[in-house]
Design a protein around this ligand. Structure first.
Ligand SMILES: NC(=O)c1ccc[n+]([C@@H]2O[C@H](COP(=O)([O-])OP(=O)(O)OC[C@H]3O[C@@H](n4cnc5c(N)ncnc54)[C@H](O)[C@@H]3O)[C@@H](O)[C@H]2O)c1
Length: 316
């Protein structure tokens, strides 16, 4: 079996590549290094089952070359920089919508049937129903969420007029090694600059669903193997919520810093498009046998430890 993984040099993508190789797949990775890093797959150097292509999903001919001979495309490449999109309104359109359309067109041209898509819980906006089921439809609060929703829509429509089959996974916040974005990364850098004061965006009461990357990848692979519909849409998340405030406390504990004062910027949201409560219903994927194994506390701690090492934390 051969897979193309777009965005395979990114955080989740590189873990998915590890899993596919371990499962015996041949893997081609297409990544433009926007946020990805070659070092994320440096441990695979010399692996003859892995091919790395530096290129862009906005470039259809490159995709047509990369998806040739594949059984599945795992499409993770995305511009996921929500706050950048507030000023750059075309970034999501170009990377995430045109990019996804190109992936689908290249698959149609090469008769590749299986499309596995990294979607997001951001497409629920500020959900009025929690735990939020896959059937919920809300008002969009970010260009990122809107673009992912459209990506799912395009894929579903392609499945109407071509042999394509679709698996879309909507996850909240994923944590683990190689995660160089989000609250833990942000807090660690702030504490390096000022070990006595930690700015927390919002009121700290935002409550999230911190899923470990190993559980995320397990969910993707299990849903892909067992989801037998033409279009399969799954939430992936935990039933346990953690506040941003608690996450900040764990990061502070891991630094060993004795006297950190937290300073809140205030308001229910950290930034425009930050949905204060992310709590997904996961009955659908659980009914196929998936169950997360890592608690949010453990994945926050493990990610904080990795981050401190990664940034060369020297202690107090
Ligand atoms: N990390 C999370 O918590 C989370 C939550 C929900 C959904 N997702 C989705 O999961 C996927 C992976 O996220 P991640 O956290 O690993 O992010 P990431 O930024 O680490 O990975 C995205 C990868 O895509 C690459 N990329 C971006 N634009 C590209 C383009 N035009 N052409 C080729 N490559 C391109 C980047 O270089 C990077 O390697 C994304 O689609 C993201 O939207 C992530």
């Amino acid at each position: 079996m051969r897979a193309l993984v777009t965005g395979g040099l990114g955080f989740i993508g590189s873990h998915l590549v590890d899993r596919l190789l371990a499962d015996g797949w041949e893997v081609a990775v297409l990544d433009n290094l926007l946020t990805g890093r070659r070092s994320n797959l440096a441990h695979r150097e010399g692996d003859r089952s892995l091919e790395l292509v530096e290129g862009d999903v906005r470039d259809l001919p490159t995709l047509e070359r990369c998806s040739k001979g594949c059984d599945a495309v795992f499409h993770l490449a995305a511009h996921a920089l929500m706050r950048v999109s507030l000023n750059d309104h075309r970034a999501d359109l170009e990377h995430n919508i045109v990019g996804t359309l190109n992936v689908l067109e290249s698959m149609a041209a090469n008769r590749v049937r299986d499309f596995v898509f990294a979607s997001t819980s951001a497409l629920y906006g500020e959900a009025k129903v929690v735990p939020t089921p896959e059937t919920y439809s809300g008002v969009q609060t970010s260009l990122y969420g809107a673009a992912k929703l459209l990506g799912e829509g395009y894929a579903s429509a392609f499945a109407e007029f071509s042999p394509l089959r679709v698996w879309a996974f909507r996850f909240g916040t994923v944590l683990g090694e190689r995660c160089r974005r989000g609250a833990i990364w942000d807090f660690t850098h702030k504490l390096m600059n000022d070990p006595r004061r930690l700015e927390v965006l919002g009121d700290g009461r935002q409550s999230k669903d911190y899923l470990s990357v190993s559980d995320c990848v397990d969910g993707i692979m299990l849903g892909y193997q067992k989801g037998g519909e033409r279009v399969n849409i799954f939430n992936l998340g935990l039933q346990e919520q953690t506040t941003v405030d608690r996450l900040a406390d764990i990061v502070i504990e891991e630094t060993g810093l004795p006297d950190v004062r937290k300073a809140y910027t205030g308001g229910a949201r950290g930034w425009v498009g930050d949905n204060p409560v992310v709590y997904l219903s996961t009955e659908r994927i659980r009914s196929l046998g998936w169950a997360p194994r890592v608690s949010p506390e453990d994945s926050i701690r493990a990610t904080a430890r990795w981050t401190l090492k990664e940034v060369g934390w020297k202690g107090r």
